[in-house]
Ligand binder design. Structure first.
Ligand SMILES: Nc1ncnc2c1ncn2[C@@H]1O[C@H](COP(=O)(O)OP(=O)(O)O)[C@@H](O)[C@H]1O
Ligand SMILES: [Mg+2]
Length: 724
């Protein structure tokens, strides 16, 4: 190992463990005294990230991770750069959406994974074999982390740290992280033949996850991300990893809350964790939960809120279903933003079908599913054929055959096309001679015939959730299916968010149902049912209703947050769940409009274009960007006494965009806003007093003093702010 490699590994070790004794360093890296002295000098004096304690150990003091120092290379030196190991589509996404200049605050889930018996193994295998083994492990891990769009941003000596939700926000970062951990756990078991076996050793891995805020700093062209944890987000994840027994995945309580409905967890005994005063309850991840209902992503302890409104929508669905039953197929889209109530409406509609003569099949698109062809279609097939998660290839093949026979299709001719979708190997050999296009065409045809034949026996409802995340192949198939539903007893019922446009909207048999916001009275009902046996004071209820603006998910989450905080008695921020959804939406914007959203957020829910112009430091002209954001329903324009102003469609979007700004940039923008107001309102400054006060109160002291020394009204305003 070169000195640099030893240094990096030592830094990583130190940061993760908080303290490392000199004896451990000497042993781990086979150092002599002179080498150790050099290493100490480099860490203590040059990097200044640790101090000596009692001449026996190093204690980590650097808050920032040594991410700007090249991490331990997984293989050759060219592999050091994240750009070289990040899949191109992900790299492009990151590079086109990075906020390079000043960084952002992000909610993330951190995953630590390491090889348990590293030291013993290294001793047995020697450095070269150990190196090969670790590289194999890293390669497997990279695949699984990237599948869920996580980023490995640090390779540690015997493991790695991955982030989900940064640099690009994901509304479901916690779920992605836990699923990645579970997938990796299985991969490492399945592929043990490539890891320890060649050396007759057993490799055991353990993982720890936690969720919290990080500040993402600059992202280089090589994708190296400079970030620092806020509070102990990374620290607790690392500690949980250390607590985990070999093979185990442990998550924190914060992570548990976000993944409860999707994975099975077991609480372990609360334990003392270094750096924490209160006891910490680790949760062991057992496995995924089967998808029980469209609302399965919620925790079990949460009952559904009392269902309100939607009479008209249900009536429309019932009328359309009547047409379907008479052989006039329909395509129905239900559109609403995240949390608007699409899945719930689908659920209620389905409940209403109980006892009627229809077949109901449901599939879902996943936020990380764009790279998984046929994902929602496979869901449909599984329900249709009664295939469960535990079925092996033989059972799958049997069930597919039975299902094909039931609808009267030629089993021998069609089964291979469906089985190749399930990756059932022995049946797919026959397809090897066909081109991929031919296979696709015949697969589509088999799927369609299955639906058409099935619908002749009983009317068929094919429901696909979250079409905005659909993979290309599935979308192609659905568009193609739509061409033949008009004369069949088939209802294709899909849900999606605004901004997605299904390819079949112009069909005469296509209907789009837009879910409106809940009315205040309906909102009250949702808030009350979310309170369960607690009772919130009326003013808090009103606050929740005003902030949630009729979005049922926001109503529920805000109520929960208020209840949680009522117990600890602190101010209520935007709950993590809502933040995740909204920040993910902001992050999907290209750089310029995203920057506009963040800049405008400083001005409040409502802002005038001239004022924004004064703050705007982007290269692009504002007008087209504003138009674009209006089109995407982030903003809307409103006429006011002062000319037209723009309004954030959701106050919460503005809050979340504002929260994502780092303090220095926030302050700079507030100062700029104050100054712009002074100029714009020079003749009638009193009209702007409130806003001046608002902005100057949020700048640092220098700016306030600066304002106070200005002549005239602002001194006045400053006095109102701070007293004479
Ligand atoms: N009409 C409604 N009445 C009561 N609760 C609702 C209603 N619509 C949705 N909810 C609740 O709000 C939450 C979010 O709804 P969901 O259907 O999952 O939103 P979407 O699928 O549009 O993202 C769920 O917990 C759901 O039970
Ligand atoms: Mg939904």
């Amino acid at each position: 190992m070169t000195f640099e490699e030893v240094l990096n590994q030592a830094l990583a070790l130190l940061q993760r463990q908080g303290r490392v004794s000199y004896r451990a360093l000497k042993r781990q890296f086979s150092l002599d005294d002179a080498y150790l002295e050099d290493l100490k000098l480099e860490i203590i004096e040059v990097h200044q990230v640790a101090v000596d304690q009692d001449g026996t150990m190093l204690v980590w003091t650097g808050g920032r991770t040594p991410a700007s120092v090249p991490a331990t290379p997984p293989a050759s030196s060219q592999d050091r750069e994240p750009l070289s190991y990040t899949p191109p589509h992900l790299a492009e996404k990151i590079l086109t959406s990075r906020s390079v200049l000043e960084g952002e605050r992000k909610q993330v889930t951190v995953l630590f994974c390491d090889l348990v018996n590293n030291t013993a193994l290294a001793e047995r295998l020697g450095p070269e074999k150990m190196h090969t083994l670790l590289n194999r492990f890293f390669a497997l891990a990279l695949d699984d982390v990237h599948r869920y769009e996580g980023t490995i941003n640090q390779f540690l000596g015997d493991g790695f740290m991955a982030l989900f939700g940064a640099p690009i926000a994901h509304e479901d970062h916690a779920r992605r992280a836990v699923l990645a951990a579970l997938t990796l756990q299985r991969t490492l078991q399945d592929r043990h033949a490539e890891l320890g076996e060649p050396y007759s050793v057993t490799c055991m891995f353990r993982m720890g996850l936690n969720t919290g805020l990080v500040v993402v700093g600059s992202i280089g062209n090589n994708l190296r991300m400079d970030y620092s944890a806020v509070g102990d987000t990374t620290n607790l994840a690392a500690r949980l990893q250390q607590l985990a027994e070999p093979g185990m995945i442990l998550v924190s309580d914060t992570t548990r809350r976000l993944v409860d409905g999707a994975v099975r967890l077991e609480a372990l005994a609360p334990t003392q964790v270094k750096g924490k005063t209160a006891l910490v309850t680790p949760y062991k991840v057992i496995g995924t939960r089967p998808q029980r209902s469209p609302l399965a992503s919620r925790g079990e302890e949460r009952a559904l809120s009392e269902f309100v409104g939607r009479e008209r929508e249900l009536a429309t669905l019932a009328a359309l279903l009547e047409q379907v039953e008479s052989g006039q197929g329909q395509v129905v889209g239900m559109v609403a933003e995240a949390g608007g109530g699409k899945s719930r409406l689908l659920y209620e509609f389905r409940q209403g079908l109980a006892g009627t003569r229809v077949t109901y099949l449901e599939g879902r698109c996943l936020s990380y599913g764009q790279a998984m062809p046929y994902h929602p279609i496979l869901d449909l097939l599984r329900t249709n054929c009664g295939i469960t998660e535990t079925d092996g290839p033989v059972a799958i093949a049997d069930k597919v055959r039975v299902a094909l026979e039931e609808v009267g299709l030629d089993v021998e001719a069609t089964a291979p096309y469906l089985l190749q979708l399930f990756g059932v190997p022995e049946e797919t050999e026959r397809l090897a001679v066909l081109t991929p296009d031919a296979i696709k065409t015949r697969t589509f045809e088999t799927l369609r015939q299955m639906s058409l034949h099935g619908s002749q026996q009983r009317p068929l409802i094919v429901a696909i959730e979250d079409l905005h995340w659909c993979d290309k192949t599935s979308e192609d198939y659905l568009a193609w299916l739509v061409e033949s539903v008009a004369g069949a007893a088939i209802m294709l019922l899909v849900t999606y968010r605004p901004g997605y446009r299904p390819p079949w909207l112009d069909k005469s048999y296509a209907t789009q149902i837009a879910l409106r916001h809940l009315a205040p009275q309906e909102s009250v009902t949702v808030v009350r049912s979310a309170q369960q046996h607690h009772a919130l004071p009326a003013h808090l209820e009103q606050m929740i209703i005003a902030r949630a603006e009729g979005n049922p998910f926001f109503l529920e989450e805000l109520t929960r947050a208020v209840l949680d905080h009522a117990e600890v008695g602190t101010a209520v921020m935007v709950p993590e769940t809502i933040q995740g959804v909204l920040m993910a939406r902001i992050d999907r914007l290209p750089e310029a409009p995203k920057r506009l959203v963040q800049t405008a957020a400083v001005l409040g829910r409502e802002f005038s274009p001239p004022l924004l112009e004064a703050l705007w430091d982007g290269a692009q002209p504002l007008a087209p960007l504003l138009l674009d954001l209006t089109r995407q329903e982030f903003l809307f324009a409103r006429a006011s006494a002062e000319g037209s102003v723009y309004v954030f469609k959701h106050a919460l979007t503005q809050e979340v965009a504002y929260e994502s700004l780092l303090m220095p940039r926030r302050q700079a923008l507030h100062a700029a806003a104050g100054q712009a107001l002074e100029t714009l309102y020079a003749p009638r400054l009193e009209d702007a007093y409130d806003r001046l006060a608002y902005h100057y109160a949020r700048t640092d002291n220098v700016a306030r003093t600066h304002a106070a020394h200005r002549p005239g009204g602002v001194t006045d305003c400053h006095q109102r702010l701070c007293g004479p």
